[in-house]
Design a protein around this ligand. Structure first.
Ligand code: PCD
Length: 792
């Protein structure tokens, strides 16, 4: 049970307060970007390439311009005049806005049609004639690195291959030595496939340029409005659009999941079109465009190795990654981390040596990769470590739970320094796994499995005991395009004691309007229902880096607590003045200051409402009037949530259909702000973890054609495919976070896939199968069993 310090009326931390924003959502009154309807709006649609790699010989717009309502067709050549045909990616690579001569992936933007109606724009799009000269696409990332592979980025002067960067961390020599001498070494080749963020709402914008005032209002589906404003100013400053002339408004967002962090060409073209025409331009992607062309996630080819003793002590791990980035590195990672947080890959286990390296490569695929519900590549890291740990347990014939207990970082080892350079803040991995095992009756399940195996039935039990790394991040190491990754909160309390609070982050469904209010309620004793939370408008909110990587609670949540504490300090001064005592004679109890020892004497205390009123009506002379505070929080460290997940699967011995019988998730995100919201986060996240484990993968043929570019072929699981998730938690507060909270939004998506994969591989253990790449489908099982000679 979570203990609450405040009453239900105040609804501070720990209360399962209903989400304030849901009234508006369930009544259909949400306000999304497509709901923005401005007079005179023009519509934009985008011509896309049918080829993965081709020269553009000609773009004929004659017929398109004849379509009723079509006003303009924008091409790369048009943008080139303003030097807007290329733009920087968040990883300091370059990306085409529109091509001038070559297309680099199927569904790439080729030209944009602007019309007075949406349908006119679509008809115009169909009428644009593009002449292509197809070239042999480079699709396989390994082949892309071969010496005779065609060099894709010919725009980069002097570039002689498709290699983007090399990165490494850890102790190469020591690790090698351990591997050479170890009793047991295991190795698996894994592919974490390319998948896609499938938010309910696609991406889109309304660019509204006002010529008279030289002012741009950009309504858009971005998770990071402030950073986008800065990027627009950097890209368009030379045409007079400087930062004070740009207002980015991110209205309600129907799911972000990392896919709404990048700057997509569509946004830039819409801005350019509005700037030139002087009217609002609306661009809303359709579902297939979103699936085929927006930034992908994952696509890591990993060679994972573990060295250990015969009796189960892990000694070292080694991981080698080949990262397929498509034609440009458009990851949304902090600058210094080209592989994001992949280096958390030693997981929850204590051993002194590890070595990890990665190489990134260009191919003719859409760019990325975004951190799809994942703190910058932590999903890939967790998958590798959790799978290879099971592989090791299998090799030495020990139960995977026993191997985990034997190697866990112990509770008293925190702060723990990992061999790849992280300082884990806190954790209690033993307690988490014990709780999960008890919840499923682990021993009972193993007995049942042994019985079933005798009868040839396929039942598997899979574990994942992961450590996450969220809250990017401390300014000494974390920036995006040079902007430090702090975040912010501004609280204004009005004379009657009601407040408005604004943040640099941006909810996409997480529930910030409720949970931020709860943090402030906890600190100031103002009821959460009286605290209005706003995000997403760069004209009003303080600067911040936005919501992704489960960073809002670790950064802006902390800023809220500290800004509220600044106000409490002011409240103390005012209370001392009103009660005519010294500040030191006062004590705080949620919602009021009272004179020490006189808690129950009404005239010896002042409520927060009385104090705030005095701040406007009767403040001490010499003190600033008003009751407002702002804080920009630079976290001292990241937070390290963790989880112990256990999955039980039954596999049909004839059709190999996989049924997830049970899934227990014990999460630890430190102190919880709103248990109901946190549980909702876990439920959604688990389904998004089931997705890549069993269903989702973007598949390309050897010419770079996407084979499952619609939802007819790309299966996103729903409640129908999902098991009934069983959740629980342990509470290990973060010692450095003002309210002891860690992020939770991504944990389930990070932790679930290896639990499911481990369960399926465990079910197939009697047949000598040691690894299967996700998504694990009935057909993959069939094929693997056939290869092993089990089936004829
Ligand atoms: N919480 C609580 N407690 C704690 C923690 C947390 O309560 N301890 C809660 C809060 O308040 C919020 C949530 O929960 O409301 C979450 O949080 P976080 O973890 O901090 O996070 P954020 O930042 O806010 O968010 C983000 C995330 C992410 S990252 C993702 S993907 C996803 C998630 O979130 N997304 C989404 N979730 C979600 N949900 C929804 N509904 N929608 C969406 O979209 Mo990335 O990087 O972007 O990939």
């Amino acid at each position: 049970m979570i203990q609450c310090k405040t009453s239900k009326e105040i609804s501070g931390m720990g209360h399962s307060m209903k989400r304030k924003e849901d009234d508006r959502f369930v009544h259909g009154k949400g306000h999304y970007v497509d709901d923005v309807k401005l007079p005179g709006t023009l519509y934009m649609d985008i011509v896309r390439s049918p080829y993965a790699y081709a020269k553009i010989k000609n773009i004929d717009t004659t017929e398109a311009m004849k379509v009723p309502g079509v006003l303009a067709v924008v091409t790369g050549r048009d943008l080139e005049k303003y030097n807007l045909h290329w733009m920087p990616t968040l990883m300091s690579d370059t990306q085409m806005v529109l091509p001038t001569d070559t297309v680099m992936y199927q569904a790439q933007e080729v030209a944009a049609v602007i019309a007075t109606t949406k349908y006119g724009a679509r008809d115009g799009r169909e009428a644009v004639r593009v002449e292509y000269e197809p070239m042999k696409a480079v699709v396989d990332p390994y082949k892309a690195l071969e010496p005779d592979a065609p060099v894709l980025r010919t725009d980069k002067e002097g570039k002689k291959d498709n290699h983007i960067w090399h990165w490494e961390v850890g102790q190469k020599e020591e690790t090698e030595k351990i591997f050479n001498e170890a009793e047991v070494v295991v190795k698996e080749q894994m592919h974490i496939p390319r998948i896609h963020v499938s938010s309910i709402e696609t991406c889109g914008c309304v660019a509204d340029y006002d010529k008279i005032n030289n002012h741009l209002t950009m309504y858009m589906t971005t998770q990071a409005p402030h950073a986008i404003r800065t990027v627009i100013a950097l890209v368009a400053g030379h045409v007079g659009l400087t930062e004070e002339k740009i207002r980015v408004i991110s209205p309600d967002i129907g799911g972000g999941f990392g896919g709404k962090v990048p700057v997509y060409p569509g946004y830039v073209i819409a801005i350019a079109a509005s700037f030139l025409i002087g009217k609002p331009v609306k661009w809303i992607e359709d579902r297939s465009e979103n699936l085929q062309a927006d930034s992908f996630a994952r696509d890591y080819h990993i060679t994972a190795e573990m060295a250990g003793t015969k009796d189960g002590k892990i000694l070292a791990t080694r991981m080698k990654v080949l990262a397929d980035h498509g034609y440009t590195d458009a990851s949304a990672n902090p600058s210094k981390f080209p592989t994001g947080m992949f280096s958390i890959g030693t997981g929850s286990y204590d051993y002194p040596h590890a070595f990890m390296e990665a190489d990134a490569v260009y191919t003719n695929k859409p760019p990325g990769g975004v951190a799809y519900r994942c703190s910058f590549r932590v999903t890939e890291a967790v998958h590798a470590i959790e799978r290879i740990t099971d592989r090791y347990a299998l090799e030495i014939g020990k139960d995977p739970a026993a191997v985990r207990f034997q190697n866990f970082i112990q509770k008293d080892q925190f702060p723990y320094h990992s061999p790849t350079g992280w300082e884990y803040d806190s954790g209690d991995y033993v307690q988490g796994l014990e709780k999960a095992m008890k919840a499923v009756d682990y021993d009972g399940l193993r007995k049942e499995q042994a019985e079933k195996r005798k009868k040839g039935e396929l039942m598997g039990i899979g574990l994942s005991t992961f450590t996450e790394i969220v809250g990017a991040g401390p300014s000494k190491d974390f920036d995006i395009l040079g902007i430090k990754m702090f975040d912010s909160a501004e609280i204004r309390v009005h004379p009657t004691g009601k407040a408005i609070a604004r943040f640099g982050t941006k909810s996409q469904g997480q529930g910030h309007e409720t949970t931020y209010a709860q943090i402030i309620a906890e600190e100031l004793g103002i009821p959460a229902s009286n605290i209005q939370v706003e995000e997403g408008d760069t004209d009003t909110a303080p600067y911040g880096l936005g919501t992704y990587a489960s960073r809002s609670t670790p950064t802006a949540g902390a800023a809220a607590a500290i800004a509220a504490r600044k106000l409490r300090d002011k409240a103390r001064k005012i209370a001392a003045y009103l009660l005519e005592v010294s500040e030191d004679d006062l004590e705080w109890e949620t919602g009021k200051f009272y004179v020490k020892g006189m808690k129950d004497v009404p005239e010896k205390s002042k409520t927060i409402q009385e104090i705030v009123f005095a701040a406007y009506t009767n403040h001490p002379q010499g003190m600033e009037a008003g009751f407002e505070a702002t804080h920009y929080y630079d976290p001292p460290n990241l937070t390290f949530p963790s989880g112990a997940y256990i999955c039980v699967v039954d596999i049909d011995p004839e059709t190999f259909e996989i049924k997830v019988r049970r899934f227990v998730a014990i999460d630890d995100a430190g102190n919880i702000i709103n248990p109901m919201v946190a549980q909702g986060q876990v439920h959604g996240g688990l389904t998004q973890g089931l997705a890549p484990a069993m269903y989702e993968e973007l598949i390309y043929d050897e010419d770079g054609n996407i084979l499952n570019g619609t939802f007819m072929d790309y299966l996103v699981p729903t409640a129908v495919e999902s098991p009934s998730w069983e959740t629980g938690h342990t509470v290990t507060p973060s010692p450095h976070h003002p309210i002891g909270a860690k992020g939770i939004g991504e944990s389930p998506t990070v932790g679930a896939p290896p639990a499911i994969a481990n369960a399926i591989v465990d079910a197939l253990k009697p047949y000598g199968i040691t690894h299967l790449d996700i998504p694990i489908t009935p057909y993959k099982i069939f094929k693997a069993l056939k290869e092993k000679g089990v089936l004829d």
